[in-house]
Design a protein around this ligand. Structure first.
Ligand SMILES: *Cc1c(COP(=O)(O)O)cnc(C)c1O
Length: 452
């Protein structure tokens, strides 16, 4: 009974997988927020280094991982895969359950997989400072860590509500040398505009993005960085799935179902796209399930149309499943899943019926998280508990149907900074959140962005 399936350093992938090359319908182009015309790569130049812009629009199937990035990946990669014997036993299921554990990175999640290459390409092009936003602090800490490795200044706009409630995430970013500001701040026109209307605004990811983008537009030596949603970010995360393929091969197995939690799509893409390639290329039929919160259900209850990435309207319009860029989800504990939209590639795949989505309420997720911690040991991030809840449903379905599928899921981070949430759950104080149809309709009614 092999529990832990490991790889050696030389088995870290040499290329990222770009699923765009294999998609039957390519993602639609980004549009200018003012003219609604497709934008060319040059429009993105104030924001991103050229190499990342090239990757954003690339249709090459494989993109080489630079040696320097592979060397830094070795700090925590290859990440381990485990067979969840403990959880299987607890559930008394005939399903075989495996999980890939991304919580072993210095920041505690999958996010450094893209933070490192993003910082690297910025460094190569002489960038001195990177601005970004962060919600719960996962992305901000990953980028702070990566920027420190390359000697780049990192300026993080952290959603005010999290800034106040998660002080240790901020101190982690400071430890890696970053400067952190609560958003909305008075450092940008976007922030000042929001504060003028509501001096006590708790902020949102959309507002923080507006602030970080505004600052990057203003200075030549400053660029912006995003931790999810964009094509190049999803591609960097495919190291997760590419390693998983080798690990399952060692275990003599292959998945019928691949599951990941879904915020903007990066860790889902990371584990699922290398497996989807078998569906697209060889006609295999692996089910890839994105698990999202019932309080922010863009994939299961949103609409597929163009929408903005931020609140103020400074980003291009992207084709996405969205709840509307003014949608403010309930303050659930899976902060990383509270974004209003999904990336263009994942949205196109969902629209084409090539992936599935399911939504989960908070209490079912924490119940799944506790089951997992007690049977497998690792305390999962609240985001990751959405995948575990999906796996438990599938495992129970298998038991009822008398089938024994092989299920792989992404344990995208640990929950060591989320003990407050676990405390609330265990003391019965955690409340259920499910957005109403009226709330979704009201948010979508405000949209005047182009339809698809
Ligand atoms: C950011 C984050 C997510 C959500 O983002 P995706 O881009 O959808 O992966 C999920 N889990 C953790 C632990 C995160 O830090």
């Amino acid at each position: 009974m092999q529990k832990k399936i490991t790889l050696s350093e030389d088995e870290i992938p040499e290329s990222w997988y770009n699923i765009v090359a294999d998609m039957p319908n390519k993602p639609r182009p980004p549009l200018h927020p003012g003219t609604h015309e497709p934008i060319g790569p040059e429009m993105l130049m104030p924001l991103f280094p050229m190499e990342l812009i090239k990757q954003e629009v690339s249709t090459d199937k494989w993109v080489s991982i630079p040696d320097e990035v592979r060397e830094l990946y070795k700090i925590w990669r290859p990440t381990p895969m485990f067979r969840a014997y403990g959880l299987e036993k607890l559930l008394d299921t005939p399903a075989k359950i495996y999980y890939k554990y991304e919580g072993v990175s210095p920041a505690g999640s999958h996010k450094p997989n893209t933070a490192i290459p993003q910082a690297y390409y910025n460094k190569m092009e002489g960038v001195k400072r990177i601005t970004t936003e962060t919600g719960a602090g996962q992305w901000g800490s990953a980028l702070s860590f990566a920027c420190q490795l390359f000697g780049i200044e990192c300026e993080v706009y952290m959603v005010r509500a999290s800034y106040d409630s998660k002080p240790y995430r901020k101190i982690m970013m400071n430890t890696w040398g970053a400067t952190v500001y609560p958003s909305p701040s008075d450092r940008t026109a976007a922030g000042r505009g929001i504060l003028a209307k509501d001096p006590n605004s708790p902020g949102s990811l959309g507002i923080a993005i507006s602030e970080a983008v505004e600052l990057a537009m203003q200075a030549d030596d400053t660029k912006y960085s995003l931790g999810s949603v964009l094509n190049h970010v999803l591609m960097h995360q495919t190291v997760i799935g590419l390693e998983s393929i080798k690990q399952l091969e060692k275990a003599g197995d292959f998945p019928d179902i691949v599951v990941a939690p879904f915020g903007g799509g990066s860790n889902f893409a990371g584990i699922a796209f290398p497996f989807l390639r078998y569906n697209l290329e060889e006609g295999k039929n692996i089910r890839c399930i994105a698990a999202e919160p019932a309080s922010c259900p863009k994939l299961t209850r949103g609409v597929f149309r163009y929408d903005l990435g931020d609140t103020v309207g400074m980003t291009p319009l992207l084709p996405m499943y969205t709840l509307g860029h003014n949608f403010i989800p309930a303050p659930i504990h899976a902060g990383g899943l509270r974004y209003h939209g999904a990336g263009a590639i994942v949205s196109q795949l969902l629209n084409d019926g090539l992936i599935e989505a399911q939504s989960f309420k908070q209490l079912e997720c924490f119940d799944a998280g506790i089951k997992f911690a007690r049977s497998e040991g690792i305390i999962p991030a609240p985001e990751a508990t959405h995948a575990i809840a999906a796996v438990i449903r599938e495992a129970q379905r298998a038991k009822e149907a008398g089938t024994s599928p092989t299920i792989l899921f992404n344990l995208c981070g640990h929950g060591h900074f989320d003990m407050g949430a676990y405390e609330q759950y265990m003391s019965g104080q955690l409340v259920e959140h499910e957005v109403t149809q009226e709330e979704i309709m009201a948010s979508l009614a405000e949209l005047d962005t182009p339809l698809i």
